[in-house]
Structure formats: C-alpha cells, structure tokens
Design a protein around this ligand. Structure first.
Ligand code: 5AD
Ligand code: SF4
Length: 445
C-alpha cells in the first residue's frame, strides 16, 4: 500500500477540519502519503457536513467532479467521510461513484476500508462509538500557517435540539482525557503554534472523571485553566458554548488568565422564547440575556458571537421581530446566520411543519443579515483608536505588503508589514474599519 497518496477535502465546521487532520495522521501511520491536488491522488476523501441541505448539495457536486477524475484515473478510490456518510450510509455506495463510506467514529478503520476498496470491494463502516475520542492521535496539521490550531476536547452531542442532525450523525457526547489534550497543546506550542481553539459541540458539558479518582471531575473551567497554564505566550480560544450550560466558573477562569481570549461563541438561534422551546434549547430569551449580562459583568469588553436560524417551523413575524430586538439588545460582534433547513428524521422533521415559505425565510434572513451588518459596523467603529494585541497569522490576501491577525476579541485586523514575523504578537492601533475588518497601524512588538 505504501506510496499511495491521499487527497482530503473538508466541508463544514471546525470540528471537521480537525477530523481531517486525524484522518491524515491515521493514513500516514498506515504508510500513505499526502497528495497536494486531486489529480495526483490515488485516494480522495471528502469529509462532509449534513447540517443544512445546501451543505450536502455541495458535496454531491464534488462527487460529480470525482466521477470525471475517475474517468481519467480508473484506479482512483473515492471515500465519503463524516456526517453525510453517517446519515446516508449504504445509499452513498449505490451511486456507483463512492468506494468507501466511513462515519465520524470509524476513522481508525480507514486503512482497512481503503485496502478492501482497493481489491474492488465496496467498504463501509458507520458504527458510532460511546468511547472514541481519537485521544492518542496527533493530528497532522494541514493549515499551513503554523500559528493557530484546533484541538478537539470532546465529540458528539446529547442536546437534541429539534432541528439538528448532529446527535444522529456524530453520536452521543464523550469527553477526551485531559492529559492527552494538554500534551497535544504542549507539543503544538513547542512547534511554534501560538493559539489553540478547543473544540466541542457543547464545551460546557465537558467532564472527565479518572477511574482511579472518580470524585475528582475535571470540568470545562478546569480544563481551560490547564490549557492556559501551558504557556502565557499561548492564546486559548474555545467553541461552542451552550447558553443553558455555560457556568460562571468558566467566566471567572477567563477573567483570571489573560491568555484566554475575551470571546465567547454563544449561539442564541432565536430571540423568541416560544421558538426556543420548540427548538428544545432549554433556555428562555430572558435567561439568554441574563447570561450575556453576566459575561459583561465578569469580563468587561468580552466579544460575543452567535448563530441564528431564520424561519423555523411556525415562526411568526412577531417571533422574527423578537430575534431582531434581541440582536439589537446584545449587539453581537459576529454572527453566523442561516435559514432553517429541514433535516430528515430530526424531531422537527417528524413532528413540526416546515411552514414558513422559502421566500419568506430568505426575506427574514436578509433582514437579520442587514441588521447584523449595521451592528457589527458599530461594534467595529468602537475599536477605532484602540490599541489591540494581535497575533500575526499571515500575509493579507489583498496585499503582500500587509499582514493580518486577530485581536483577542476575534476581530480580523489588517496592517502594514513593518518586518513583523508571522506567529508573533504585535500591538496594533486601529485606525479605520468596515463591518468585516479592522485596519490598523503597527505600534510595537
Ligand atoms: N437549519 C438551519 N441551520 C441549522 N443549524 C443547525 N441545524 C440547522 C438546520 N436544520 C445551525 C445552528 C447551529 C449551527 C452550527 O448551524 O444555528 O448553531
Ligand atoms: Fe446540534 Fe444543538 Fe448539539 Fe449544537 S447543541 S450540535 S445545535 S443538537
């Protein structure tokens, strides 16, 4: 099998990006090399997302491209990994083009599945696990900046939001052993990385009890502290926080360690308590706002970002207005905004009617986006004149003479080069902004 090269394409969330790095590590250990482009590959893996229908449509489009590549190279093996693999299972093999199907908990089996497919037998493993966290695997970093990295701390989700496929495609929640997380972060720091983002579907429910000391549970606040202690030179971020679970303990830990970035991703989904109940989010509008107030009390200046769904089942204009007013009240620094997309077999698909017409969903979404743009412009304008510590991540896409990085609040800053090195911290004065980017000038290292 040696010398065969794999090419990995990744769609969807940050967790998928990290999973692809785990897959690369597993395949390299089994003797495969990495191809830098599809044309040079013997095996192509597409790591997929099922969260909304358009995410799946994009992957079907890619599979057509792989079909054409297979005409040029009939030995090419095509593998579908991740959430779509888990959701569609054998159905993917029936399309002819796909040779390998592996769900999110089956990646250790990929060398065997690939070998089997190489013998002309279609190969599938979509078993979900209650234990798998890939804890012992050091992901092969494919992001080329060498400065920022994702580290998974848990997998799966137990929340059962009614619109969401994730609990079905990624299985139940399980936490990764803290010692393996800290070791991975230490190794990254030694290799020059200066920022880690701890990833989980709901980081606040992270919990690890050692069999030898079952009374000593490591919760998320403690894990965050252990990671922050790796080095004061290492920035720590995390996502995603669930409003129903985020503890004050996490906020006090953030306030205590300057290297934990002042930014919380806290998806609200809707500003209407009635819709939140239908979504099974387990908090009210008022409880969400109370969490935000607590964040601002304990960590003044903390950025808050969110996810919003427009046009969920039975959403009225009044519910939609409630979302807009909540947005105004909070003033989110960043938002990921979507129209509701019914996903097969979720509770919402089984029990509720997807009754907001598509054009109305789009209209509401556009209203949400327009409001967010004015709000984020306002939030960025408040940055003008401030001096922020920026971790330099790379050369700006717009100009080779400029660098970009982010502030602790996760805002992107572009500024002139001034001989600054990638992977170092610089103080930058913000001089201008748009709703998406801050423009700065270099102050000092
Ligand atoms: N339709 C639209 N958006 C969804 N999300 C999850 N499921 C759906 C769906 N069926 C959004 C939520 C979640 C983000 C990752 O994706 O806002 O927080
Ligand atoms: Fe889906 Fe809710 Fe779990 Fe997030 S918390 S992955 S939206 S079920």
């Amino acid at each position: 099998m040696e010398n065969k090269a794999i090419y990995i394409e990744t769609y969807g969330c940050q967790m998928n990006v990290n999973d692809s790095e785990v897959v690369a590590a597993i395949m390299q250990q089994a003797g495969y090399g990495m191809a830098s482009e599809l044309a040079a590959a013997d095996v192509v893996f597409v790591n997929t997302c099922s969260i909304r229908e358009n995410a799946e449509q994009r992957v079907w489009g890619r599979l057509e491209v792989f079909r054409q590549q297979k005409r040029r190279n009939p030995a090419l093996l095509v593998g579908v990994l991740g959430c779509m693999a888990e959701r569609l299972k054998e159905e993917l093999l029936e399309k002819g083009i796909v040779d390998i199907v592996a769900g999110p908990d089956a990646y250790r089996d990929l060398p065997r599945l690939t070998a089997q497919a190489g013998l002309g037998q279609k190969a599938i493993n979509v078993l979900l696990s209650r234990e798998e966290t890939y804890a012992d695997i050091s992901p092969v970093r494919m992001d080329k900046n060498g400065v920022t990295a994702f580290v998974s701390i848990m997998r799966g989700c137990n929340n059962m939001c009614t619109y969401c496929v994730v609990p079905y495609t990624r299985g139940g929640e399980r936490s990764r052993e803290p010692a393996t997380i800290v070791r991975e972060v230490q190794e990254l720091f030694e290799r020059g990385y200066r920022e880690v983002t701890l990833l989980g579907q709901n980081v606040d429910s992270y919990a690890w009890a050692d069999v030898k000391e079952p009374a000593k549970v490591v919760n998320f606040a403690r894990l965050l502290e252990l990671v922050a202690l790796v080095s004061p030179q290492l920035r720590v971020r995390f996502a995603t926080s669930h409003p129903k679970d985020m503890s004050n303990g996490v906020l006090y830990t953030m306030a205590m360690y300057p290297n934990i970035c002042d930014h919380i991703h806290l998806p609200v989904q809707s500003g209407s308590t009635r819709i939140l109940t239908l979504m099974n989010r387990k908090y009210t509008r008022e409880e969400y706002l109370a969490r935000v107030a607590k964040i601002r009390e304990i960590i003044p200046g903390c950025a808050i970002s969110t996810d919003i769904i427009a046009g969920f089942c039975s959403e009225t204009l009044e519910d939609h207005e409630a979302t807009l007013s909540l947005m105004r009240e909070v003033g989110f620094d960043q938002a990921f905004m979507f129209q509701y997309s019914e996903r097969p077999n979720t509770k919402a698909a089984r029990h509720f009617k997807d009754d907001v017409p598509p054009e109305e969903k789009t209209r509401r979404l556009n209203e949400i986006i327009a409001l967010h743009n004015t709000l984020s412009l306002k939030s960025n304008e408040q940055e003008v004149g401030q001096v922020r510590e920026v971790l330099v991540e790379g050369v700006s896409k717009r100009s080779a003479e400029e660098l970009f990085g982010r502030t602790p609040q996760n805002k992107v800053v572009v500024f002139p080069k001034n001989n600054c090195d990638i992977g170092t911290y610089v103080n930058v004065k913000i001089i201008r902004c748009s709703s998406a980017t801050l423009i700065g000038e270099f102050m000092h290292r």
